[in-house]
Design a binder for this molecule. Sequence first.
Ligand SMILES: Nc1ncnc2c1ncn2[C@@H]1O[C@H](COP(=O)(O)OP(=O)(O)OP(=O)(O)O)[C@@H](O)[C@H]1O
Length: 255
Amino acid sequence: MIKVQGLRKIYDRHLAVDGVSFALQPGQVCGLVGPNGAGKTTVMRCLAGLIPPSDGSLRVAGCDQKTDLIELKRRLAYVPDDPPLFDDLTVGQHLEMIGRLYQVNDFRAQATRLLSQFQLLDKVDAGATTLSRGMRQKLAVCCAYLFNPAVLLLDEPMTGLDPPGIRELLASVRQRAEAGATVMISSHLLPMIEGVCTHYLVMKQGEAKFFGTADDLRSAYPGIGSLEDAYFAAIENPAVGLAVDAEVAMMEGVA
Ligand SMILES: Nc1ncnc2c1ncn2[C@@H]1O[C@H](COP(=O)(O)OP(=O)(O)OP(=O)(O)O)[C@@H](O)[C@H]1O
């Protein structure tokens, strides 16, 4: 569902992503983790087709990023960490616009259900500029969920959410994955995403330091117990590159 091989991204002369490879199947949730500036957002923006990669091949939801970019964007939702909303539209109008653009059958009923799930129903007629930080984040997630994308890219989606909002978001990620979506979720809050992630891509300074399952990450570093400690070991040690190559090889022809 996502297959990335040798992704490189150079901004001007700065190498932001350096040969990252990984592959994910439907139902998998990948935690994209790493220190500030590691290249997480850049990977997501390349996957979403918002910026062109400098090198490498990307297949998302059966679409090649080079040749099927429009179809790829139909099948994928990207929620950035500071979602851009339309100042002139209300909450309800945002969902109506997405429902019509993506030709979602019965979008009004689904929009109501999503707004209720994320405690935004009483804001349906509120203008986007009147929303709090967390409400903006929730609205962006509702817009992403409305058209039921095959791939969801969530960039630090818990920013600004209150504890019930975080719980609801994580539960919804789990539900989407169970229904067959492939999800990437970038976060600095490891203990919070631990319950939903089946895989991790650990990055540092543009490089993939680890890619594999949650169990592989825990067991990759002998004597280390918690996931958080394994994360620190991953970013301080040479890349555990075999997992990346093996997983991509396994996925040949699948995505
Ligand atoms: N538009 C840009 N032009 C030039 N350099 C950029 C641009 N966007 C990002 N970078 C650089 O690329 C590197 C990776 O940035 P990126 O935003 O992908 O990191 P990140 O892992 O998402 O960081 P954070 O955890 O702080 O959000 C950083 O060194 C950053 O300064």
